[in-house]
Structures are given as structure tokens and as C-alpha cells.
Ligand binder design. Structure first.
Ligand code: ADP
Length: 265
């Protein structure tokens, strides 16, 4: 078997400073090493797909980037802010500041059931960004329109399809004016048809220049939309490269077996 280099740091625009830099990130759950020394540099506007078998650590890595999980060691830079986790836990206000830079969309939408679509997109704008109700409403309507759901503004999540709920969740994340967007298997569990509407919204977002990291099993979407594909196995990045190169001629046997399993599904 080929040697697996867990310390890959490839950043295609190497002449400029990366916008996001995860530097030797380690995260354990008890004795289990979920993220095993992962480094990744991402340029502004890059769209990265994170693929790999279930349990590989894709979700945990995204959660580390959003500090929903605090890494045990390593450092994380987003924009002009760096947090170092080696032997120290950053202060709560530092974590909060960093967390606001990244919007996150989960597999399970996580919308508030007692609020309308509009209410869901307004809430954090008022609570966290201290926008007035009118400001929050105006921004929410622009974003609901952008995800094709202006006509659902006054509907509750239970009155929306899974795909519509996910698009509301995307609008809600965008309402916080994030500098990058993290998507954790946003179309898993959706029918292909409604999933396609979600992927179309993501593709439009990528076209606006948003920096995006997407954990996904949608290989065709990964191939068409991302600049780079990162393959994770057992908490480590084992291969990365341009989508066509990874899909057509992966270097590692483990990547080949994974790809043939997902593409053949
Ligand atoms: P993926 O997203 O690639 O399916 P995950 O990041 O969800 O993988 O999980 C990586 C590993 O970490 C798995 O072995 C999983 O069981 C474990 N894990 C994830 N979250 C927790 C947690 N909160 N507590 C304990 N183990 C966890």
C-alpha cells in the first residue's frame, strides 16, 4: 500500500496568504482519534468537497473549523484571526468571534419549528448581530428570494419539504454574513429531486465567490462545482487534488474502492 501522508498542505494559490488555514489539527473523542493531524489551506473563493467513507471524520473536521468542536491541538486561521489550541483553550469571546466567520449548514436543517421561515432567518440577526426587526426582515426576504423561497416566508418548517427547509437553513446561515460556508452532507436524506434544488442554490453561491467546504457523497456535484476534492479516511487526509484527477485516477487503493462504492450506488 502507498504511504499515507497525513500532513498534506496543498494550496493552489500559494503566492498569497490562504484565507483559511487549518494547521495540524488534532481532535480526540476519549481515546478515539477522530482528526489525526489534518492540515488544509484554502484560498478565498475556493470550493472544496470533502469526501470519504462514513466515520472518516468529515463532519468532525467541519465542526472543528466552526469550533462546534474545539481541537485539542493545532491552529486555525480564518481571515485575519488565528487561534492556537496547543496546550490552551481560547477564551470564549475569541471562539465566538471565530465561529461567526463561518456559516454552517447541517444534514438535519435544525430549524426552529415554532418560527416561520422568515422568523428563522431573522432571529440570529437580531440576537447576535443586533439588527433591528426591520433590518433583519429586509435581509431575510432578500435571502429567501435568493434561495427561491420568497413565497414560503410565512410558512412553518412543517409546511415545507425537506429541500425547502434546507434552503431556509442556507438563507439563515447567509443572513449572518459569513466569510465562508461549511456544508455537512446537506442533501443526505433528501429525495434526489429536492436535493437538486439545494445543490443548485449551492452552485449559485459558489458562483458568487463564496469560500465553501462541503462534506458530500454527491460525486457529480463535487466534480462539477469544486476546485479541489479532499479525501479523508480514518481522520486523515489521504489524497487531494482536482476533481477530475481524483475521480478518474485516484492514487490510493482505498480511494479507488471508496469511489467505486459510492459511484456504483
Ligand atoms: P464522517 O462525517 O466522515 O461520517 P464523523 O466526523 O461523524 O465522520 O466521525 C468521525 C469519528 O468520530 C467516528 O468514529 C465517530 O463515531 C466519532 N465521533 C464523532 N462525533 C463524536 C462524539 N461527539 N463523540 C464520540 N465520538 C464521536
Amino acid at each position: 500500500m502507498a504511504t499515507i501522508d497525513t500532513r498534506v498542505t496543498t494550496y493552489t494559490g500559494s503566492t498569497t496568504k490562504p484565507f483559511l488555514h487549518a494547521d495540524h489539527i488534532i481532535k480526540r473523542f476519549g481515546a478515539h482519534l477522530a482528526i489525526d493531524d489534518v492540515s488544509l489551506a484554502v484560498g478565498k473563493g475556493e470550493v472544496i468537497s470533502l469526501i470519504g467513507p462514513s466515520g472518516a471524520g468529515k463532519s468532525t473536521f467541519l465542526r472543528c473549523l466552526n469550533l462546534l468542536e474545539v481541537p485539542e491541538s493545532g491552529a486555525l486561521t480564518i481571515g485575519d484571526q488565528t487561534l492556537n489550541f496547543d496546550g490552551q483553550t481560547p477564551r470564549a469571546n475569541q471562539l465566538m468571534e471565530m465561529r461567526r466567520r463561518a456559516g454552517m449548514v447541517f444534514q438535519s436543517f435544525n430549524l426552529f419549528p415554532h418560527l416561520t421561515a422568515l422568523g428563522n432567518v431573522e432571529l440570529a440577526q437580531m440576537r447576535v448581530l443586533k439588527r433591528t426587526k426591520d433590518e433583519a426582515r429586509e435581509r431575510a426576504m432578500v435571502l429567501l428570494d435568493r434561495v427561491g423561497l420568497k413565497n414560503k416566508a410565512n410558512s412553518y418548517p412543517s409546511q415545507c419539504s425537506g429541500g425547502q427547509q434546507q434552503r431556509i437553513a442556507i438563507a439563515r446561515a447567509l443572513a449572518m454574513d459569513p466569510e465562508l460556508m461549511l456544508f455537512d452532507e446537506p442533501t443526505s436524506g433528501l429525495d434526489p429531486e429536492v436535493g437538486a434544488d439545494v445543490l443548485a442554490v449551492m452552485r449559485e453561491l459558489a458562483d458568487t465567490g463564496m469560500t465553501m467546504l462541503i462534506a458530500t457523497h454527491e460525486m457529480e456535484f463535487a466534480r462539477r462545482v469544486s476546485n479541489r476534492v479532499i479525501v479523508m479516511v480514518n481522520g486523515a487526509v489521504i489524497e487531494q487534488g482536482q476533481p477530475d484527477q481524483i475521480m478518474a485516477a485516484p492514487e490510493h487503493e482505498r480511494v479507488r474502492t471508496f469511489l467505486s462504492a459510492v459511484v456504483g450506488r
